[in-house]
Design a protein around this ligand. Sequence first.
Ligand code: SF4
Ligand code: MG
Length: 335
Amino acid sequence: AQPLLIVRDLKKHFPVRSSPLDRERKFVHAVDGVNFSVPKGKTLGIVGESGCGKSTTARLVARLMPADAGELIFDGEGVEEFRGLRLKEFRRNLQMVFQDSFASLNPRLTIAETIAYGPRVHGIARADHQARELLDRVGLDPSHFAGRYPHELSGGQRQRVNIARALAFDPRLVILDEAVAALDKSVQAQVLNLLQELKAERQLTYLFISHDLHVVHYLSDYVMVMYLGQVIESGPVERIYGHPAHPYTRALLSAVPSMDPEHRTQASPLAGDPPNPINPPSGCRFRDRCPHAHAVCASATPALRDMGRHSEHLAACHLNDPASGHPEAHQEQRP
Ligand code: SF4
Ligand code: MG
């Protein structure tokens, strides 16, 4: 499938101060040269520990904040060029659902008003009728829920309203940032199934950000692993979960019970916290925590490399580069 979204060399840094008296301006490179694409009708899962840049990446893509550098291409066109109606259309086509289902709902609007609000200001006719249809679609009986207020709903019901509200714009790309994280397991399963159905029905494309590797496995076609603002591995979901090539991905997967039986025995669990993002280590940013770190890992930054025959599988680790000079490097591309 053609990519719906292409992201090229996306960068964002934030100024930070260690104390109010600190005169020196320091920066966190929250997103530091991120590249990826998402095919139409597919889901890209983005994983990594908190602070790795997942949410910032999502917000940059949604243009909720400006990037320092980089290019966004939406359905073949540069988003930077969008003005006026084109920009409005792009904003309609891209909807976000966040974790906190309460904060994103106006407490003074009924559920039906909330869902109809967006389409109405965007000039979509029949907004009220459509709101009732969407409520039905997300499993909330409109005759029971349409006139209610957010505080009268459970967290799971509110998150369904948020999804209905996003769908009311008839978007093409939906960014879900920890959108099911706060829900209990059975409600979470219902919402995940709903997302899968809607994806198939409407050819929706998802960017799915989550710290839950089970959920990412269930929903995603592709997975991208981030560490300290950079992509360190990406590829088709079964490939990444079955044959992770980066020690960080292996450590993440090994920490999840019942996941990755093949590699769990080979990987050491993740030790320590990510290093200070203001002063990331030279070379490979994972080296302080990597059981395979070697001198070359401090002196040279590993590039994202194609893992061979599985051409969509990329990883950034010297172990996977026969020419890196790492003594444990695989001398051939692994099958
Ligand atoms: Fe570990 Fe070196 Fe690979 Fe980084 S490049 S993940 S430190 S082996
Ligand atoms: Mg986050």
